[in-house]
Design a protein around this ligand. Structure first.
Ligand code: TYD
Length: 227
């Protein structure tokens, strides 16, 4: 069994950047590693993601939303995560089940025990060995994301910027409930979580993350000699 590491955080916390930096570093060092994301990461999951984030889907019922996130997760676990862990590799995932507990549970008010049960079905009980929470004030994160969107929409901008989606568009109170939810999840399982400030420079945060990961991945056999 390999090592499963996930990244969580509010919108605009830079978790996708950090997941990518860690992926590139481990790969350069010769570790067998893959990077994936939720919702998405598989052909079917990316199609489900499109349904979930579409700004036109204002009528989506909370149960539908929960089950779609869970369906995308079930596909990702069975198609990619479990098979790769079974080869002894390292899986990095940008968001995972904790996002469902925080967003659909604390944010939308869905029953947590019900979410744990649905998640257990979707994942077969697979939870990460380590989870990073990139901590950032909700208002600062949303402002960052809005600014990124405006830059992306400016004339001549590249298209490689984050989307502004149906889930970002929810009100501030929702995002604050989500952040409080993450705090509660961290209190419940402090040994699995590493809560790091997302306000520090990108390189410093990447270094902190790397140092936390090293003890966990030391037993993983490298593919080749380090570069
Ligand atoms: P993500 O692509 O990580 O967006 P961002 O990088 O902007 O944070 O996630 C898309 C949105 O989906 C994000 O608003 C969080 C939300 N989400 C849930 O509500 N529940 C879930 O189970 C997951 C995985 C994500």
């Amino acid at each position: 069994m390999g090592v499963f590491i996930t990244f969580e955080g509010p919108e605009g916390s830079g978790k996708s950047t950090q997941a990518r930096l860690l992926y590139e570093r481990l790969q350069a060092e010769g570790y067998p590693v893959i990077l994936t994301r939720e919702p998405g990461g598989t052909r079917i999951g990316e199609l489900i993601r499109r349904i979930l984030v579409d700004l036109r889907h204002t009528e989506m019922a909370p149960t539908t939303e929960t089950l779609l996130f869970s369906a995308a997760r079930a596909q990702l676990v069975s198609e990619l995560i479990r098979p790769y862990l079974n080869t002894g590799g390292i899986v990095l995932c940008d968001r995972y089940a904790d996002s469902t507990f925080a967003y659909q549970g604390y944010g939308l008010g869905r029953d947590l025990d019900e979410l744990y049960a649905i998640t257990a079905v979707a994942t077969g009980g697979l939870m990460p060995n380590l989870t990073f929470y990139l901590d950032l004030d909700v208002e600062v994160g949303l402002a960052r994301k809005r600014a990124q969107r405006e830059r992306a929409e400016a004339p001549g901008a590249s298209a490689a910027h984050p989307e502004w989606n149906r889930l970002d568009a929810r009100d501030l109170a929702y995002h604050q409930r989500v952040a409080a939810g993450f705090a509660a999840l961290i209190r419940r399982e402090p040994e699995r979580w590493r809560r790091l400030s997302a306000l520090q420079p990108i390189e410093e945060l990447a270094e902190q993350i790397y140092r936390e990961v090293v003890p966990l991945i030391t037993p993983v056999a490298r593919l080749g000699s380090p570069v």
